[in-house]
Design a protein around this ligand. Structure first.
Ligand code: TYD
Ligand code: MG
Length: 445
């Protein structure tokens, strides 16, 4: 049925197989104590890619099942092929080529400048063939992609929820039973719903998301779920002519294109896992014309932007109701932490006033609805990263316990109002004057 008769939505009906016979009570179950810890069995296989190993917590755990999810074109096949080539030098790797023919994979491997001849390939993504290949004993099986797997016993098309769920779970069970490490590549669309990998999330051990813009920006690998490690770490990659290259020093990479001295721009300090990095936040305020004023956020939390605009309207009397407000995090990384708030506010104040902020300034901190500035975690690492990158001034929450790194001045702010004073009259007079002008304009009318 194409359309749900209940809600009228198209394409939302999911096929379920009827269970053939009711299950009866089985024989008495065989209950066992937990087996003793076997250190070698839970050893890790390094992927050979430092950034990927960082996200996984040191590599793929032997016998575990990983789902690598991302939009089409983000680089999942490239990432898995690069890792597979590096791992094939010392482990037995099987690649199930559902999307591309083995010849196409070989051509890609040639471009990636790696050695692919030790990788065994299977061009038939039918479940019986893949299960038989798992039985043949490889250490690592990569399935690209899970949407191409199909069980001939299920009438629905490959990629349907019924096929993805059934094939994914059968394959995961077979891999676990044999101690084979399994990597399932799955496509997701922007809203993460269609195409089905979400139905696999509960039955795999690790879910990694590969995201970013498909242009030149940074591509970020994150663990959304990890039964064997933290989900805090992120791996940064850039797509080059020879495949994906890890970005070790994210700050220099992200700041390479920065033009100093522009109004509406400020550096924020962020953390992903154990790593801190600086990223430029830009703001733009423009008259809205006749339409409803727009608030658009790219790369920063779009639900927090209207909130921050409202704080500026109410706490600083900025008349933004007839202005479009845009905020963008430069470089393709999405920032979700509320510690971005203070940088967003600084960028908007600077954009509004037309006064550029000092080039050697970074800002971080959460902003509350009353305009108060709240602490951000790992302040010391953010400050250390800023100091190492040559920044001399930081606007931070007032109750941050971290000390100033050598050569850096800290401006502690309690409230967004303090931003106007905290940098001293010289730097932000540009900000203050238009605001006073605004207040004067408001009281005159
Ligand atoms: P791909 O790994 O095929 O994406 P996915 O499997 O997630 O759909 O890679 C997508 C893009 O990467 C593709 O549009 C071309 C680009 N690319 C490069 O820029 N350099 C390279 O060396 C490779 C292999 C791909
Ligand atoms: Mg692919």
């Amino acid at each position: 049925m194409g359309r749900c008769p209940e809600c009228g939505e198209w394409g939302s009906v999911v096929e379920e197989l009827e269970s053939r016979e009711p299950s009866a009570n089985g024989p008495a179950p065989d209950l066992q104590p937990l087996p003793p810890l076997d250190e070698t069995a839970c050893g890790r296989l390094s992927t050979g890619l430092e950034e990927a190993d960082r996200v996984l917590g040191g590599g793929l755990v032997r016998g575990s099942v990983l789902l690598l999810a991302g939009e089409p074109g983000i680089g999942k096949s490239t990432l898995t092929l690069q890792a597979a080539m590096l791992m094939a030098t010392h482990t037995d790797v099987l690649l199930v080529c559902g999307e591309e023919s083995p010849t196409q994979v070989a051509a890609r491997a040639g471009r990636l400048d790696g050695r692919s001849e030790r990788i065994r390939t299977l061009a038939d993504p039918s479940l019986p063939a893949v299960l038989a290949a798992v039985e043949s004993g490889p250490d690592l099986v990569v399935v690209d992609s899970v949407q191409t797997l199909y069980d001939p016993a299920i009438p629905s098309a490959p990629g349907s929820v019924a096929q993805v769920r059934e094939c994914g779970s059968r394959l995961a069970r077979a891999a676990r039973d044999r101690g084979t490490t399994l990597v399932l590549v799955g496509h997701v669309t922007k809203d993460g719903s269609v195409a089905g990998p979400r139905v696999l999330e509960h039955l795999v051990d690790v879910v990694c998301a590969f995201e970013g813009d498909r242009g030149d920006g940074v591509r970020v690998l994150r663990a959304l779920k990890n039964r064997f490690g933290s989900t805090q770490e992120a791996g940064f990659f850039e797509m080059t002519g020879r495949g994906l290259a890890g970005i070790r020093d994210a700050t220099s990479y992200l700041l390479a294109d920065r033009c100093p001295g522009l109004p509406g721009s400020v550096l924020g300090a962020f953390v992903e896992g154990r790593r801190a990095f600086l990223l430029e936040i830009q703001g733009l305020v423009a008259p809205a014309g006749r339409q409803m004023a727009r608030r658009t956020a790219i790369g920063v939390d779009s639900s927090r932007l209207p909130l921050l605009v409202a704080v500026l309207q109410r706490r600083l009397d900025l008349p933004l109701s007839e202005h479009d407000v845009y905020v963008s995090a430069v470089g393709g990384i999405s920032i979700t932490e509320p510690a971005a708030d203070l940088a967003v506010v600084c960028a908007l104040l600077s954009a509004w006033s037309g006064a550029a902020l000092p080039d050697d300034l970074v800002a971080f901190g959460e902003v509350g609805l009353a305009g108060e500035v709240r602490q951000a975690a790992s302040a010391d690492r953010r400050l250390a990263e800023a100091a190492a990158a040559g920044f001399r001034r930081a606007v931070i929450p007032w109750n941050t316990s971290a000390e100033a790194p050598a050569g850096m001045t800290l401006h502690r702010v309690r409230h967004v109002r303090d931003l106007l004073d905290s940098l001293g009259t010289s730097e932000l007079t540009g900000l203050r004057n238009p605001l006073q002008g605004t207040a004067a304009r408001a009281s005159n009318t």
